[in-house]
Design a protein around this ligand. Structure first.
Ligand code: ADP
Length: 427
């Protein structure tokens, strides 16, 4: 139970940590991209402003000045690439640091808008190149003589960002693994006091139940002796002794059930798994209920297939059968009907044993069905009160079914009846 809880807690813890890690990584990466782009863009814009403030040199003797006559400002050389165009879109001057991408840059330069903000272009050559580019007009003596295109190679920034992405991804993976390990240990240490308290409660339950057994046996024995001693003409005393006997019997049953559950919780339930005749077991059990059926005017319909062989703990399975039949009797009105079925069939080469108990009783409200296997759970206490149980029967039955790797299904309709179907798969 606790190892399952520890795994569940680990899962939640790791999920939270991985989400935090993922969001942090994503934010770091996004901020880095934005910051770098902003820095570079500011740098280029500053350079462009400075260029605009620089004068384009030209020979003084030229009358009709054109772009090809201009000598570019020195600052233009601080770009990885620049191209000077005439008003007729002809290249009149250029420079590039990277010859392998010159043609691509030249072609892309025509698509850049004049005077727009610097933008990033990606050029695919043998490797990938990133350029931050812009285009500005050449104004000399208040006259536009052409325009120039500039580009700054920012591939190294992108490579750094790529590396950063890789580092973040590796850290995310490593962090996730680490968070699982840390989560497992934190969950374990958090569960320790709970586990301790739970074990103490279990030990108390087991000890208290165990200790109560002896005085109860003494009461039982003494009552039997008392019963034998009371003369028949003392009806009042006889009644009191009978009451004591009944209550003691009930208490005994409750203590036995509590012991069984606490042993099962602490995996101390000793089981003896043997192969036995399940058909005989069910038949015998039904026979022991005959007086009750008669007393309550109930009809018992049984369809027990002969020689159904089962491997399991005979004593526990007998209790399970008894719980379902007892409940069917308890929760069915007089003159009602109880049907018990047992059969074995082969499904996909596996032996399947099905045990069914159906009654025409009061039924279980739909919203209560999911709770009936919980300990001490009783449907609408007022209606169950007269049957005098403690709400442990079905939780014990479920425990026994789980122990035998079986499954249980309940179908019920209020005032029409209930059908319990237990299925065991043979290995
Ligand atoms: P108990 O019978 O001692 O109350 P159980 O664990 O056996 O405890 O059953 C839990 C509850 O499920 C019961 O209180 C009862 O309301 C309901 N229940 C069980 N079996 C039947 C049945 N055959 N028909 C109707 N209600 C049932």
């Amino acid at each position: 139970m606790f190892s399952k809880l520890q795994l569940k807690m680990t899962l939640y813890f790791s999920m939270i940590l991985v989400t935090i890690l993922f969001v942090t990584n994503f934010v770091v990466y996004f901020v880095m991209i934005q910051y770098n782009q902003h820095q570079l863009s500011t740098e280029v814009t500053t350079l462009l402003t400075e260029i605009e403030n620089q004068t384009w040199e030209y020979p003084s003797n030229i009358i009709n000045l054109e772009a090809k006559d201009l000598e570019e400002p020195t600052l233009l050389r601080s770009f990885s690439v620049y191209i000077v165009f005439s008003n007729e879109d002809e290249i009149v001057n250029f420079h590039t640091d990277e010859r392998s991408v010159w043609e691509s840059v030249r072609d892309l330069s025509t698509q850049v808008m004049l005077s727009s903000d610097p933008q990033i272009i990606r050029i695919k050559s043998t490797t990938e190149f990133y350029y931050l580019v812009a285009k500005r007009p050449i104004i000399v003596n208040n006259k536009q003589l052409g325009y120039y295109f500039v580009g700054k190679n920012i591939t190294v920034v992108y490579e750094t960002l790529d590396n950063l992405r890789l580092i973040l991804m590796v850290s995310l993976l490593g962090g996730s693994l680490l968070s699982v390990v840390i989560g497992y240990f934190i969950a374990g240490s958090n569960l320790k006091p709970i586990k301790k308290a739970y074990e103490a409660k279990q030990a108390f339950l087991a000890n208290a139940s165990h200790e109560l057994r002896t005085p109860l046996s003494v009461i039982m024995l003494s009552t039997n002796t008392l019963e034998a001693e009371i003369s028949l003409d003392e009806p009042f005393q006889q009644e009191i002794v009978a009451d004591i006997k009944e209550v003691t019997k009930k208490m005994n049953g409750l203590i036995e059930n509590l012991l069984l559950l606490s042993r099962s919780d602490t995996n101390k339930l000793a089981t003896t798994m043997v192969r036995f005749d399940f058909s005989e077991l069910v038949k015998n059990e039904l026979e022991s209920f005959t007086p009750l059926f008669t007393h309550r005017n109930l009809t018992l319909e049984s369809k027990i297939q002969d020689n159904v062989s089962m491997e399991g703990d005979e004593k526990l399975l007998r209790s399970m059968v008894s719980i379902f039949v007892d409940n069917a009797i308890k929760y069915t009105h007089d003159f009602g009907k109880v049907r018990v079925e047992l059969y074995q069939e082969k499904v996909y080469s596996k032996q399947i044993i099905t045990f069914k108990v159906q009654d025409t009783g009061i039924g279980i409200p739909e919203k209560e069905v999911e709770h009936i296997f919980e300990r001490f759970y009783r449907v609408e206490n007022s209606r169950s009160k007269k049957t005098g149980g403690y709400g442990l029967g079905l939780s014990i039955a479920k425990e026994i079914i789980d122990l035998h790797h079986g499954s249980i299904d309940v179908k019920s309709k209020v005032d029409q009846g209930t059908l319990f179907t237990v299925v065991f798969k043979e290995k």
